[in-house]
Design a binder for this molecule. Structure first.
Ligand code: DAH
Length: 347
């Protein structure tokens, strides 16, 4: 067949194929068929060996021109198909700005944090300053200076984790009282929050828990001041109608010592499950700072008096939020924690 005709035929075929190209992948396959190795253009060149010598230059030129023409056609088509594909992608990935956004899984404050903040708020409102002591304490600050020398039976009240003979994980934030009294003379009005440790575990006890200790020392401080402050605290934390009562108790570092109850905020004092039918709930220990403790810290007990109190933060949280198992406070289960969503402001 005449070479010119063959080339015309191929051109026709290429134009036809161009119409059918619907993706860049098909484009590349088509291009290979004509311009690739073993493709139509190459076979035309191969055919040159059968062309008479004098016609070879003209035939070669024809094929070269055809090749250049085809390259151009394919280049143009490639540009077009790339544009078409980009447009298709942009259309399919169009963002609908009117769609509602995905909800962010914001966390919630832990009830322990909520109650700690509330307590710190209430007491700083009454003029207490915050003091934080160390969690690893000496036996002296945790016990001896608090009028609980070695072999004192009161040491058995708290199952202690000892680190060495003289170092321990503090069992009570009361240890902070001594540090403050030794360092600063009266007047003192501090609140000492922090973690404490005891070898103890059941539904209402955990080996690690939090306490808040309060200490007020000045001239003329009496038990009435303690009672007045406790009334204020109870109303702020548990509700305006709540009252407090003091029961005699024993702590080595206070004399007299009391156990403080609040009237049941759940039943109003009539008796219910929360208050075990008594109408009262025990919330903390307190008392007038023992003369021995004051003088041990270099404070004249004839001139100064003071009161102290200490409470378990988790206990307050459990009472306030109706939590029955302390484990819930330490498990980190988001189903439990999510019930506190929205409380205490934005996380
Ligand atoms: N430290 C005591 C405890 O852990 C609580 C306590 C009782 C603290 C009476 C005090 C207090 O400051 O006066 O059981």
């Amino acid at each position: 067949m005449d070479l010119k005709e063959t080339i015309e035929g191929l051109k026709e075929k290429i134009r036809g194929e161009m119409e059918k190209i619907s993706s860049h992948k098909i484009f590349l396959e088509t291009k290979m068929k004509f311009l690739g190795r073993g493709g139509e253009v190459q076979s035309l060149f191969k055919g040159l060996k059968d062309v008479p010598k004098e016609e070879k230059p003209a035939a070669g030129k024809l094929i070269n021109d055809f090749g250049a023409w085809a390259e151009k056609i394919f280049d143009e088509r490639e540009e077009k198909i790339k544009k078409e594909e980009l447009e298709k992608r942009l259309n399919s990935e169009k963002v609908d700005v009117t769609m509602p956004g995905k909800e962010f899984g914001l966390g919630s404050y832990h009830p322990d944090t909520l109650i700690k903040r509330e307590l710190v708020d209430v007491f700083s409102g009454m003029g207490f300053e915050i003091f934080e002591g160390p969690e690893i304490e000496t036996d002296y600050y945790n016990f001896t200076a608090l009028n609980t020398p070695k072999d004192h039976p009161a040491r058995d009240m708290q199952d202690t984790f000892y680190l060495t003979d003289t170092l321990l994980l503090r069992t009570q934030t009361s240890a902070g009282q001594i540090r403050v009294m030794e360092k600063h003379g009266p007047p003192i009005k501090i609140l000492s929050p922090g973690k404490v440790y005891r070898s103890d575990q059941d539904a209402t006890h955990s080996p690690m828990f939090s306490q808040m200790e309060g200490l007020v020392v000045d001239e003329g401080i009496t038990m009435c001041d303690l009672k007045g402050m406790l009334d204020e605290f109870a109303k702020k934390i548990f509700g305006e109608k709540v009252e407090t009562r003091l029961r005699p108790s024993y702590f080595p570092f206070t004399e007299p010592s009391v156990e403080v109850d609040v009237s049941c905020f759940s039943c109003g004092g009539k008796g219910c499950r929360l208050c075990k039918g008594t109408g009262w709930i025990e919330v903390l220990g307190a008392g007038m700072v023992n003369r021995k403790v004051l003088s041990g810290c270099g404070i004249d007990p004839d001139k100064y008096t003071g009161f102290a109190f200490g409470m378990g933060v988790e206990r307050i949280a459990m009472l306030k939020y109706g939590i029955t198992n302390m484990k819930n406070l330490f498990d980190g289960d988001v189903r439990f924690l999510s019930q506190f969503k929205g409380q205490g402001g934005t996380v």
